[in-house]
Design a protein around this ligand. Structure first.
Ligand SMILES: [Cu+2]
Length: 332
């Protein structure tokens, strides 16, 4: 196996702009610390859901005319300075927050440069903490990965190693809440999520509109579906931007569970299901792309699912099955 050092990341649903494709982001180790810059435009708009209903979202987008949920990830290294320019195109004030690292407000219609030192190696959710949790649920969230200073294949110095990495951000959507927030009013009904997304998309099973379209179908999206050959150890940085806790289940292999909510686990367990805490829970795991041990006769290629084992998340619109938070794993 050829060792590959690249990151898979990409755009989610976009409105009024051409999707950016899979957006493979290269990463290579460098001798010097650097300033990593990214500009986000806080925008809003409607994103169609699997049952055809268009729901209001806000996002940290790559252009003033687009809408991206979640934001494009930021990748930095320990020692770097991270410089995020936030252009708030909306009229209300919003924030750029990473818990324990930075929190800066950006008034409506203004631009603010948020500069901070990269925190220690690991995975971080950035989000708008204004009117928590509402703006986070509306889509104002994204991921920051900080690589160790000296290596491009470890999660933190001395961790188990990987060959490629992905970001999976989960969210739960209650359209009644989103509609209420669109009117700048506070939700007054219990939280009843009807859509469940991974990197902003839901599954589209065979026969459904959008099936197989990587811009729409979470089972085929370039930034969610895992692709690898046997031995291509794959780090997955998982984030839960939503209000519901989840149980994440991989088929084919167990994952090596490295961290939970930002803390390295004392023992690396190999598990097929892990718990995702709600409200900004995180996990880092390695999907090892080992030959699927339970297959007979033995195989080295094939497609397997990753889905959540809390059943509501596998539906959309209150019952459409296989239109929820799931993706596929391709042994190539
Ligand atoms: Cu399963």
């Amino acid at each position: 196996m050829q060792r590959r050092s690249f990151l898979r990341a990409g755009t989610a649903g976009a409105i009024g702009t051409v999707l950016g494709g899979s957006g493979l982001l290269s990463w290579s180790p460098r001798a010097q610390a650097a300033t990593v810059s990214h500009t986000y435009y806080i925008t809003d708009g409607l994103i169609p859901q699997p049952d055809g209903v268009s729901v209001y979202f806000r996002g940290f987008s790559d252009s003033s005319g687009g809408l991206q949920v979640p934001a494009q990830p930021i990748i930095a290294r320990e020692g770097d300075t991270i410089r995020v320019t936030v252009v708030n195109t909306l009229s209300q004030s919003h924030r750029f927050t990473i818990d324990g690292v930075v929190s800066s407000s950006v008034s409506g219609g203004t631009t603010r440069v948020v500069q901070f030192s990269a925190p220690s190696a690991g995975s971080y959710l950035f989000y708008d903490s204004t009117s928590e949790p509402y703006n986070r649920l509306l889509g104002l969230h994204g991921a920051l990965a900080v690589m160790p200073a000296s290596r491009d294949d470890e999660l933190y110095a001395g961790s188990r190693r990987f060959d490629q990495q992905y970001f999976w951000i989960l969210n739960d959507i209650d359209p009644a809440w989103h509609d209420r927030l669109r009117q700048n009013r506070t939700p007054s009904t219990p939280f009843v999520p009807r859509y469940f997304t991974i990197n902003g998309r839901s599954g589209r099973p065979p026969g459904a509109p959008g099936n197989g379209d990587p811009d729409i179908d979470a089972m085929h999206a370039h930034d969610t579906a895992l692709h690898g050959q046997v031995g291509d150890r794959t780090l997955i940085r998982l984030f839960n931007a939503g209000l519901a806790a989840h149980s994440v289940h991989w088929h084919a292999n167990h994952v090596e569970w490295l961290t939970q909510n930002g803390v390295p686990r004392p023992d690396v367990w190999e598990k097929d299901i892990i718990y995702m805490r709600n409200n900004r829970g995180t996990n880092d795991v390695i999907f090892p792309f080992d030959r699927p041990p339970d297959a007979w006769p033995p195989v080295t290629t094939g497609a397997y699912p990753m889905h959540l084992h809390d059943e509501m998340t596998q539906t959309a619109g209150g019952g459409l099955y296989m239109f929820g938070a799931m993706t596929d794993i391709y042994f190539e």
